[in-house]
Design a protein around this ligand. Structure first.
Ligand code: SF4
Length: 318
């Protein structure tokens, strides 16, 4: 589970360790971003200490591959229904898949429930407080563990996601970040510019990420409205190769297996309560290409997202 996608970048993007970043530039960017965060941070319900560490983890899992603004109604309904790991662990799978709704990549929902079962059964329903214990949970990778350590527990940990990589690379190196996993040099830069004070480090992680989401976007960075434009090496260099090295090309959706799988799941979610089973004839009406449809139904069954019944009817798992 990762926001970063593939692993094609063992070398290349920053094959050499960059020069140490000038102190005055780092301090300027920290101060400007902290002030910007004060007045521009979105009021998301899992921020500002208003939820539990478990709620923070749920928000991070939901936000992978889905915009935070879209996540809000799903997160709120989810936490209303299953406020902690024990509640989610005990939920029927069909309800978990239904509540995931149109967030996309529904296997994340099942992984989150697996995680909830471990937290509930082995950790006394308390999310672990160390990075190593977090990253050992089902479906929790480096990004999610770091985000929970920083945002939920206030620890000094460099959080590295696509937005943060893009902003740091532009501001301090003057170039676009590249795709693939974060390189050692990118991690070194993230550690170097992270404030030493734990509380400031949390604000830093959140504000850099927020700047990447709202201002320093991949294709159209709003440099004219950017609080750190005065020390941005990328802007000073004339924004070389803007958008060329996007972390991942935008994925086509129309006609893909993802679309077909989504149609089948959506039809199951929409069944009147108590019906439960989608008949084969209805499944066949969802998509013209029978081979693709059958492949997708079989894939959903293999992934544990549906149950394929004799005769071709399908239902959500128990
Ligand atoms: S000045 Fe432009 S490129 Fe630099 S951080 Fe701000 S929005 Fe991004």
């Amino acid at each position: 589970m990762t926001r970063d996608g593939g692993d094609t970048m063992a070398t290349g993007a920053y094959a050499t360790v960059p020069e140490p970043t000038p102190r005055h530039a780092v301090e300027y960017v920290r101060r400007r971003l902290a002030a910007w965060w004060e007045t521009n941070a979105r009021d998301l319900p899992w921020r500002f200490g208003r939820t539990t560490p478990w709620g923070v983890l749920v928000s991070e899992v939901m936000s992978q591959q889905t915009q935070m603004s879209r996540v809000v109604p799903y997160w709120s309904a989810w936490m209303d229904r299953w406020s902690d790991a024990a509640a989610l662990a005990a939920a029927p799978k069909a309800d978990v898949i239904t509540m995931w709704g149109r967030l996309g990549y529904p296997r994340r929902a099942l992984r989150l429930q697996e995680c909830a079962r471990v937290v509930s059964a082995e950790c006394g329903d308390e999310l672990p407080r160390t990075y190593d214990a977090l990253v050992a949970l089902p479906g929790v990778g480096d990004y999610t563990a770091s985000a929970v350590m920083s945002f939920a527990y206030g620890e000094r940990v460099a959080v590295i996601d696509t937005n943060i990589r893009r902003v740091l690379s532009r501001v301090f190196l003057g170039e676009e970040s590249r795709g693939g996993a974060a390189s050692p040099a990118e991690r070194a830069l993230a550690d170097e510019v992270l404030p030493k004070d734990a509380s400031r480090s949390v604000t830093w992680n959140q504000s850099v990420m927020e700047l990447g989401a709202l201002v320093c976007t991949a294709k159209n960075p709003l440099c004219g409205h950017c609080p750190v434009a005065g020390e941005c090496a990328f802007l000073a260099a004339g924004r070389p190769g803007l958008g060329e090295r996007r972390t991942r090309p935008r994925q086509r959706f129309q006609g893909t297996d993802r679309q077909v799988r989504g149609l089948v799941l959506e039809a199951l979610r929409r069944l009147p309560e108590g019906t439960g089973v989608l008949e084969r004839a209805t499944v066949e009406s969802l998509w013209k290409d029978r081979d693709q449809l059958d492949r997708c139904v079989a894939g959903l069954d293999e992934d544990g997202l549906i149950e394929l019944l004799p005769g071709g009817d399908v239902r959500l798992p128990e």
